[in-house]
Design a protein around this ligand. Sequence first.
Ligand code: ZN
Ligand code: ZN
Length: 575
Amino acid sequence: MWLRIELPTGGVFLKTASEVASLLIEIGQRLELAGDSPFKARAYYKAAESLRTLPASLEAIVSSGKLRDVPGVGEAIAEKIIKLQQTGTHPTLEHLREQVPAGVLEILRVPGLGPKKAALLYETLKIGSLDELEAACQTGRLRSCKGFSERREAKILEAIAFLRGGAGKCLLSKAEAILLATRTALEASQPDWDKILPAGSVRRACELPDDLRLVAQTAKPSAWEKTPWKINKFQEAEVWAVPAEYYGLALLFATGSQSHLSQLAAHAAGRGLRLNEKGLWREGKALLCRTEEEIYAAMGLPFITPELREGRGEIELAMRSALPKYIQTADLRGVLHCHTTFSDGLQSLSDMARAAQAAGYQYLGVADHSQTAAYAGGMREEKVLEQFQAAARLNKAAKQNFRIFKGIESDIGLDGSLDYPEPLLNEFDFIIASIHSRFELDKEAQTRRVLNAVSRPQTTILGHPTGRLLLQREGYALDLEAVLQACARHGVVVELNANPQRLDLDWRWHKRALELGCLLSINPDAHAAGEMAYMEYGLKIARKGGVPPERVLNCMSLQEIAQYFAQRKKLVASG
Ligand SMILES: [Zn+2]
Ligand SMILES: [Zn+2]
C-alpha cells in the first residue's frame, strides 16, 4: 500500500543541513574545550540553529548564492559550511579533533560539567568518555580531582543514568523544527507530493518525541510495496508516501500510539468491522480511508484529537461524547509569567507589552524574579517600585482593551516563605511562587516547603510545579497529590509552564488536577518576546492532558481576570 520511492539524496557526497549543523556544534564545543572564547563558540551554535530551520534545502540555498543571508552566517562560517557540506569535514575541525577524543563531548551533556571541567577531567584523570566518567565516579576516583566531592560523584552518576534514559529522544520543539524543515525540503524537491504532515509522537505532542515521522500524499503510485510498513528515510525523518485513498489510514497509523491503535481495532471488532494497516472493512468490503474523520466516523466515533491518542480512556470518552473541549490559540486571552530587563529578560517591559498586544492578547502579566534570585537579576524593593511606575505609565497610555498586571515570580524560601515583606507583597496584582533553589531536599521536606508556600494567602499561582528540565534534570522529589490538593483547597492556580524544556505540570497529572478543582494557567515563562510563542506548546500539552478552556486562568477575558485578581486580594485583606 505504501510506496517505496527513491528519494533525492542531494548529490552523492553532499551533507544535509542538519548534518552540517551537528558538525558546526562540534566545532563550537571543541573550541570551548580548547579554552577558546565562548563568543567564538556561540557564533557556531547560532549558525547551527539557523541551519536546522532553513526554509529550503541547504543545497538549494548554497547554489542560489543565498547562504550569507542565513542568520548568523558570516564569511568565515559560510566557508566552513560549504566545505563541511562538500567533504563532511574541515581542516579546523580535524585540527581540533586531534586534541581531545570524541567521548569528551558526551561528558558535556552532564549538567554542571561545562567545557572547563570536562577539559580538566581529561587532562588530569584522562577521562575521555561517559563510560569512563561513570567508572571514575563508581570507584571514587573523581574526588581526587579539585572541585569534586563524594556527593558530586553521586550526583553525576544520577545524571548519567538520566541521560541514558533519554537516549534517542529530543525536545518536542526540536523534533517539530526538524520535521518542518524536512517538509519544506520535500515540498521543494517533490512537487507532486501533497499534504505533507508531521505524524508520530510529534503530532501527539509527546514532550519527548521518540520518532520523526511525516506522511505525504502522492498522486503517482509507482512501485507498490508488499509490506505496507517499508518506510522511506529523508534526512532524519521517516516519510510515509501514500495515495489519496489511503491517506487517512496512513496518517492514523503513523500517528499512533500503539495502544490507541490496538484499542481502536478492538472497538472496530466490537462493531463488526476490521481495522488494520491495510484498511478498514465491513463484511469483507473496504470502507473509505481518505481521512481520519472518515475512519473514526465509520466506527461510530467523533474525531479524536491526536494529542489524546495515548490509550488512556479516550475511546470510551469519545463513545460517550465526553471528549474534553478542544483548547486553541483563540481561547487564550492573555499572557502571564513574562520576564523583562528588570530581571533576566532580554526585552523591556514596553517591548513585551507591545509583543503581547501584537499577538492579540488583552493583558500581559509581568513576573520578573524576586530579590533572592540574585543569580537571575532578582529585583530589590526599589526596582519593584520602579517597575510598578513603568507599568502604571504604560497602562495609562494603553487603550482600554489592554493592561499590564503587576506580578512577581517570588522565590520560595527554605521554609516556604515568599520574598519581600508583606506590605510590598500585597501591592502585586498576582504572585507566582516558584522553587529555584535547594532542589535536593527529600520528598517530605520539599513537599512541606511547597505546601507552606501554597498556603500563603498572597500566592496566586504555583510556578513550574516540579521544576523538571526535560533531558537535563528530573523534577524535585514531591508528593504531587498533596500539592495539588493544597492548591485546590487554597484556590492557588497550577502553572502549565509552556517552555518546551519544562512542560510542567506534566500532562499525566492534568486530569487529577481538574478532578480536584484546580485551575491551570498556560504560561510561556518568556525571557524574550519571541518566547511568547511557547504558548503553542502549552496548548498542545493542555490538549494532551484534556484541559478545557474554562479551566484555564488566562482564558479569562481582561475584565474577568482583573476581577479574579481583585477578589483574591480581598481575601488577603480580610485575612
Ligand atoms: Zn522560574
Ligand atoms: Zn520565570
